[in-house]
Design a protein around this ligand. Structure first.
Ligand SMILES: [Zn+2]
Length: 308
């Protein structure tokens, strides 16, 4: 099955320095692997549009949005936290990233496509309502979910997040909105040092210890995510697809393999087929070891394309 692949070269403009793990080379590593594995030619390519201020305002304070956007006219960069550098090129890349997810939402909800992958950066799931955090500026997945709710009237949207870090920004944005079910597995205690204490029916946080392996990860999905997803019966599923829990990625102490990403993707497709007319929008979050990132995304996409 051909799936939509949404990207824009502007996503390469944002550069926080050679030594920074969240670097443009991540996109090249993914595309190289998709070409090498023969998948690239079967993707339906789309260019990501720019998100609008109105689309961003559904999940971010406008004062914060305007601060980020104003850097497009400046010459200087500014650290918004110790790891997150706002440069004059950042707004253009961040608007394409969020715009990709809005575009994917429109493609799927106008019945033109069932599955989309947004190969974008900067990532989004740490960005809270009024602040950048952990390499993230705009919460791309949240912007897309809010678009599905506001423009298409959906009232059951699931966001599943298997990045090794907790998607605190997504939780912050939807903490009082039960139209969104958030399911998240993450290493704990670990950056951003929250999420384990949350007690809300529509937020299914599964903190897991350092050293978590394939079996423990899969068990957590089976035990916590799947019952919540069946009960919620989502009309659309977003995946915050971070691949930094991979064994080779020294950003974390999880021991996952690309086969685990294929497995969890397959489980999400079963849910999507049952409740959401097969609709899945996967959005790149973390993943910093370039080889395992490329291989893991390819394994993920192969399942999305019904080739595995
Ligand atoms: Zn991460």
């Amino acid at each position: 099955m051909t799936i939509a692949y949404i990207y824009h070269p502007d996503c390469l403009l944002h550069d926080m320095g050679e030594a920074h793990p969240e670097q443009p080379a991540r996109i090249h590593a993914i595309e190289d692997q998709l070409v090498a594995s023969g998948l690239f030619d079967f993707l339906q390519q789309h260019q990501a549009p720019l998100a609008t201020r109105r689309q961003l305002s559904r999940v971010h304070d406008l004062t914060y949005v305007d601060k980020v956007l104003s850097f497009g006219q400046q010459q200087q960069s500014e650290f918004l936290d110790p790891d997150t550098l706002l440069t004059p090129q950042t707004p253009q890349a961040a608007l394409r990233s969020a715009g990709a997810v809005v575009y994917a939402t429109e493609l799927l909800l106008s019945h033109k496509k069932r599955i989309a992958f947004c190969c974008v950066r900067p990532p989004g799931h740490h960005a809270v309502r009024d602040q950048a955090m952990g390499f993230c500026f705009f919460n791309n997945v949240a912007v897309g979910a809010a678009h599905a709710i506001h423009e298409y009237g959906l009232n059951r949207v699931a966001i599943v997040d298997f990045d090794v870090h907790h998607g605190n920004g997504t939780e912050d944005i939807f903490s009082n909105d039960p139209r969104v079910l958030l399911c998240s597995t993450f290493q704990h205690p670990f950056y951003p040092y929250c999420g384990a204490e949350t007690q809300k029916k529509h937020i299914v946080n599964v903190p897991l210890p350092a050293g978590t392996n394939s079996d423990q990860f899969r068990q957590a999905i089976l035990q916590y995510w799947l019952p919540a997803l069946h009960k919620f019966a989502p009309q659309l599923i977003f995946i915050s697809a971070g691949f930094d829990a991979h064994y080779d990625d020294d950003m974390s102490n999880f021991h996952l393999h690309s086969t685990d990403y294929a497995w969890v993707t397959h489980e999400m497709m079963i849910i999507a087929d049952k409740y959401a007319d097969g609709r899945i929008i996967s959005v790149l979050e973390g993943g910093y070891e370039l080889h395992s990132l490329g291989r893991s995304v390819a394994a993920h996409m192969k399942v999305l394309m019904h080739l595995a």
